[in-house]
Every structure is written in C-alpha cells, then in structure tokens.
Design a protein around this ligand. Structure first.
Ligand code: ADP
Length: 672
C-alpha cells in the first residue's frame, strides 16, 4: 500500500476546497496551485501550501503539466488530485504524474484513453452488450451517403464530436438540406476545440432525460455502482440542477442501468471513481452516452443519499491501494432519502447565461441554516472574493437532502431564498424559479426543460413592490450609518430657531431596465420613518419601522405590520438588498436635500435639543398653515412650532414632556 502524506490539488475554486477538506480530515497535507488571477482566492489561503504556476490564462497555468509537476516536486507532494475540468481527463497528465513517481487520484491513463473518445467508448459498449443510441461511427464521405445514413436512423439526427465535451461540436439536424453545412461546422468546431474532427452520427432522441450512474472500482478487481443521478436540468448542454434518485426510473430500470455501468467498466478494468452517462428516451429505455473518468461536479448528490459517504476519501483510499470498503449489497441497503444539487453560477440568465465577473460584495447564509445537517454548501467564494473572467462561471454548489424528493426541494428553495449573493449577477433567482415550477416539482423534466418550459422572469407588479421596498431598505440602512442629520443640521442652526418647513430627506435610485425609484422619508424618532416611495408603476406611503439595525442587517416593519429581516450592502453608489428571497440591485443617484421642493409629506424638526412643553394637535387633525402644533423649550426659551402648510397631521412622534434631540422630527403634515 502506498503512503500519502501530501496531496497536490491541480484545480481551483470550490472543488479545490472540497478536496482539501477531505485531505485535511484524513490527515493529509495539501498543496494548492494557482494562477495570477487566483492569488487572493479562498482555495489558495485554505491549503497548507500553495505554488504560483503562471498567468491567468488556463493554458499557461492550470493546464501546464510541467509546472504542476514542478510544484509537486518542490513541495514534496506524493499525490495529485485533478478535480474536474482542466487536466482531469487528460491521459497524458495521469501518465506524467505516475512517471514522476506520484500517485494520480483517478483511473489509469489507459482507462482514461479507452473512454476518452466517444467513438471508442461506444464501440466498447456495443461489444459488451450495453445499449447505445443507434448511429454510425463512420460517416459517409459524400452527401448522398450521409443522407442515406440519416434516413436509416430517421431525422432528426445528432452530430457529435468523438473527442467532445461540454456540448461542443454538437449539431441537431432536422432534414437533409441542413446536413452538409452541419457536418462541416461541427467538424470545424471539434477540430478547433479538441484537435480532432472525428464525428459521430446518432439518432436524435427528443425530450430525453440525462441519467448517469456513479461507479467506484478498486485495484483488486471489485467494482460497485452507487446508483443514479438525474441531470436533465441543463442550459447550453451543461447541467444546472442534479438529483438522486431519478423520478424516471423504476427499480428494474435502476438495476439494469447499474448492471450496464458495471459491465462496461469491468470490460476495461476500470478503477477509482467514474460516471457512466445515459440518455433515457420517451419509452424510458436507456442508451449509453459516455464515461466520465473523474469525479463529477454533481458527486455530492450521491453523497447525499449515502449517509457518511465521501467520494473523495474513497478515491484516495483506492489510489493508495486499499480495497473497497463496501459491497454492492451494502450499498443497496444503505441508500436512503433524496438529494438535490444546484450549481450557483456567476452568469446572467436573462442574457443567454452570459458569464459574469467582478467582486462578490456579499455571500451569506444565515447561521441557523448553515447549522442544518440537510444543507451542504460547497463554495469557492466568500464575501470580498473576486470572480475572474478566465474560468468556469460556477462559484458554489448547494446540496440539500431529505427523506423525500419534496423535502429536499423545499429545503433547497429555503436555502437559495436565504442566500444573499451580491455584487456579481448570478443564477440564484433563476434556480429558484426552476425549483418552483410545477413540472419540475412533479418530476416531469427533460433536457429541454429550460428552453421550453421556463416562463419569463418576475411579474412586473410583484417586481415593483419588491423594488420599492428595496429602495426604502437602502435608504434606511444608509440613514442608520450616517451621523443623524449631520448634513443639514449646521445650516439650520445658523438660521436660528424658527418654525421650519423641512422637506423629506430623499434618496433616488436607478435600477437597470426599470427606471428610477425615489424615496422620501422623515425620521419620526424611535426607529420610525414616514416614508413615501415613487417608482415602478406606483407609490407607497406609510410608516416603516426600523426595528433592528446592525451594520446593514435590518429588521424592517412595513406599514402592514410584517417584520422582515433585510440585508443591505453598499459598494460605492451600488446598493444591494436581500429580503424574503429577493435580491435587488440599485444604483444611487447623487444625494440631495431639496428644502424648497414641494413635498407630499413635510416634517417639522427640532434644530437643537429641547423639551416638548405641550402638543396642541392630534394625529389625523387637519391644520392650516401657521397653526401652532406644539410648544417646545430650547435654549431656555419657549417656542411655538407651527404648521409649514395646510394639511393633515400624518405623524406625531412626540408627547408633552419628551426630551428631543436636535434634528428629531416633531410632526409631519401631509399636504392636502
Ligand atoms: P458532451 O461530452 O459534449 O457533454 P454528451 O454525449 O455527454 O456530450 O451529451 C451531452 C448532452 O447532450 C446530454 O446530456 C444529452 O442531454 C444530449 N445528448 C447527447 N446525445 C444525444 C442524443 N443522441 N439525442 C438527444 N440528446 C442527446
């Protein structure tokens, strides 16, 4: 058995952190490698040691076998874990690692090679009797021949790159007319992406489901499968939400797929972790697609249905030469419950999922949620992290589990709703919309779910209310952090004590695609604010209470009495508000206090500290301009506070005998 003291992780972000955590738990030291773009990244700081391996471009850093091996040599690492992506399925890398005398945490280079090309893998599946999608692996060279092949399968057909991955080089062809062009463009794309233009022609399965089987094999000839993961929720051929078990499988199908996965892997003496991918057709029949010879992004879904299972630990144990610690029968008995994973990506779902980059201003889940055993957060970022443009857009994964699928989904909705991730656009709200979709909840999904069944984003009416509340939250959070009234108190003091007509304090925000929102508010004291908001398609007026306020973590009580925890963060003129599952981004326009502007709600304020002697009006009373509202003693003199204009007393936060601070609002008169 090989010893393993120090593990180099040839990857970045959340998976580097996830691998490092298991290594640390096993008592194994960790070495991170990082590019210039990641020098401040969380995964670099969390590793025991770290080595800079090159500039931002992956080609010059995370894909540089020589530099990674050099880092391993210099740090005395004795093993390398490739994670997923980058070099994870590069047989040359696996070979180079072994040649350098290090352990490669993954299958043999030969297994990676055998499964690396879809053409070869499919031929193998056919040989061992595993069902494949009907198709041709040798394409006819002329159009007539191609069309004949396509007709044999029946249009629509699918062209795919033998060396493919990530959906590159894939083309759906519906009729003979499109065939020639599709072949040449798919070939060009495959050549550019993989240096291999070999194409396969397959029957295109309409509305398929993607279901895959996790396998583990040790170096002593034992292979087991750990059942399925359903990965049909995809965008741009990339998985977004995964779960186990799949609602598409009955037990017979599940067993058959597991057996097929084992048969295929056994045929090449597969070791370590791997995933056998299948598509299910409309009849529910499964067809082999490909084998991923590595840990998958979605592996925590499997860990979620096997209490205590850690696939990275099993990978390490297998690489060290240990025997599998469970039999197929153990696994059959141990599987329980359901698990769901969501990939949180820095991308804009409204712009074709365009990747986003920038600084994460806030990444936060309430402690009470993080403490739940059913929630697992695998994040590559924290508040303050940068999301570089150079790599994959996935920044974190959330995994929930529960006794049933419904429980796991409900918990995921809870977790994603509570997650405040601000500063960079993400698919958080989009994921919530998928999870809440009745078809998704019923398990009625296929790989085209997102293109065909997702309705347009938030209803405008609901959105407007959220927007207005977000603007108020930003204004009141801003108010809490500024010295109260400092901006305007001096000028009032200069003018001496007199009856004031003080307009609301105002903040104005701009919201991309939604126009502006104006918030006017008057501080009534004791955390209450008379508020008027205009924006979206309407206005809101009323008294909002700031019940609690701690560095941007507010509890706001809205006019309807609903108390809502509200998280507000700001960065320059950008404001980010998270409340009740909704995240809103606002841009502040320069602040001003317009004393002369006509205002719907005018406050009378005390320009200096004093004591209320008597209050002469009542709430709701109609007053004329100049009516005495109250008397106040300040600087040892008695003053009358008069109505600045005719209107209704809409707020009266003081009583006779109250001591008031300078700047405190004494009354608000809504103009009639
Ligand atoms: P890649 O390696 O590029 O990811 P895959 O062969 O794994 O390519 O296929 C990616 C996705 O494309 C699958 O999840 C499935 O949704 C879809 N797909 C693949 N083959 C077919 C097919 N014959 N018919 C319909 N959809 C397919």
């Amino acid at each position: 058995m090989r010893t393993l003291r120090k593990l180099l992780i040839a990857n970045r972000g959340e998976i580097a952190l996830r691998i490092a955590r298991t290594a640390a738990r096993m008592g194994i030291g960790t070495v991170a490698v990082f590019s210039d773009a990641d020098e401040d990244a969380l995964f670099v700081r969390r590793a025991d040691e770290a080595v800079r391996i090159g500039p931002a471009s992956a080609r010059d850093s995370y894909l540089r076998i020589d530099r990674i091996l050099d880092a391993a040599r210099r740090t005395g690492a004795d093993a390398v874990h490739p994670g997923f992506g980058f070099l994870a399925e590069n047989a040359d890398f696996a070979e180079a690692v072994e040649a350098a005398g290090l352990l490669f945490i993954g299958p043999s280079a030969a297994a990676i090679r055998a499964m690396g090309l879809k053409r070869e893998a499919k031929a193998l599946a056919l040989r061992v009797g595993v069902p494949v999608v009907p198709g041709f692996s040798d394409l006819a060279s002329d159009l007539e021949g191609l069309d004949a092949q396509a007709r044999t399968l029946g249009y629509p057909v699918l062209l795919k790159a033998s060396a493919g991955g990530g959906g590159k080089g894939m083309r759906v062809v519906h009729r003979a007319a499109g065939l020639e062009e599709a072949v040449s463009s798919a070939r060009r794309e495959a050549e550019a992406a993989f240096g291999d233009g070999t194409l396969l022609l397959e029957k295109y399965i309409e509305g398929p489901r993607h279901v895959e089987i996790q396998v583990l094999g040790d170096t002593h000839g034992h292979l087991v499968h750990l059942f399925e993961r359903e990965c049909s929720i995809q965008r741009r051929h990339q998985k977004l939400i995964e779960e186990s078990p799949s609602t598409a499988l009955d037990d017979a199908r599940r067993q058959a797929m597991g057996r097929d996965a084992i048969t295929l892997c056994a045929a090449i003496g597969y070791t370590n972790a791997g995933t056998v991918e299948f598509v299910l057709d409309a009849n529910g029949d499964h067809h082999f697609l490909e084998v991923n010879t590595r840990l998958q992004v979605e592996h925590p879904v499997t860990e979620g249905v096997f209490e205590g299972l850690d696939l990275v630990e099993e990978q390490i144990r297998i690489a060290r030469g240990e025997r599998l610690r469970f039999t197929q029968a153990d696994l059959d008995a141990r599987r329980s419950g359901a698990a769901v994973e969501c990939r949180l990506c820095a991308e804009d779902p409204d712009s074709e999922f365009l990747p986003q980059s920038g600084r994460i201003i806030d990444f936060h889940l309430p402690e009470a949620l993080l403490a739940q055993e059913w929630l697992r957060v695998e994040s590559g970022v924290e508040t303050g992290s940068d999301v570089p443009v150079h790599y994959d857009s996935m920044i974190a994964k959330l995994i929930t589990r529960g006794p049933t699928r419904q429980d796991a989904i409900a918990r995921m909705i809870r977790a994603l709703s509570s997650l405040s991730v601000q500063g960079v656009l993400t698919n958080r709200a989009f994921l919530l919309r998928v999870l809440s979709h009745p078809d998704y909840q019923r398990g009625d999904i296929d790989t085209h779910f997102i293109e065909t069944r997702m309705p347009p984003a938030v209803e405008p009416a609901e959105g407007d209310e959220i927007l207005r509340r977000a603007a108020v939250a930003a204004a009141l959070a801003g108010h809490a952090t500024r010295a109260p009234h400092a901006a305007w108190l001096p000028s009032l003091a200069v003018s001496g004590y007199r009856n004031h007509r003080v307009a609301d304090e105002r903040m104005e925000f701009e919201v991309p695609d939604r126009g502006t929102v104006q918030v006017g508010y008057v501080d009534l004291g004791r955390g209450a604010f008379r508020v008027r908001v205009e924006g979206g398609a309407g206005t809101m007026t009323g008294t909002v209470r700031r019940v609690a306020s701690d560095a941007g973590d507010l509890v706001l009580e809205w006019p309807d009495g609903h108390r809502v925890p509200t998280r507000v963060r700001s960065d320059g003129d950008a404001w980010y508000v998270h409340a009740l599952g909704h995240s809103t981004r606002l841009r502040e326009r320069p602040r001003f206090l317009d004393r002369d502007a006509d205002s719907a709600a005018d406050g009378c304020v005390a320009p200096m500290p004093g004591k209320i002697l008597a209050v002469r009006v009542a709430l709701g009373q109609t007053v004329a301009a100049g009516d005495t509202l109250m008397t106040i003693e300040a600087m040892k003199m008695e003053h009358a506070v008069k109505a600045p204009h005719a209107g209704v007393v809409s707020a009266l936060p003081v009583r006779a005998g109250d001591q008031v601070a300078g700047g405190a609002t004494l009354a608000v008169i809504d103009a009639t």
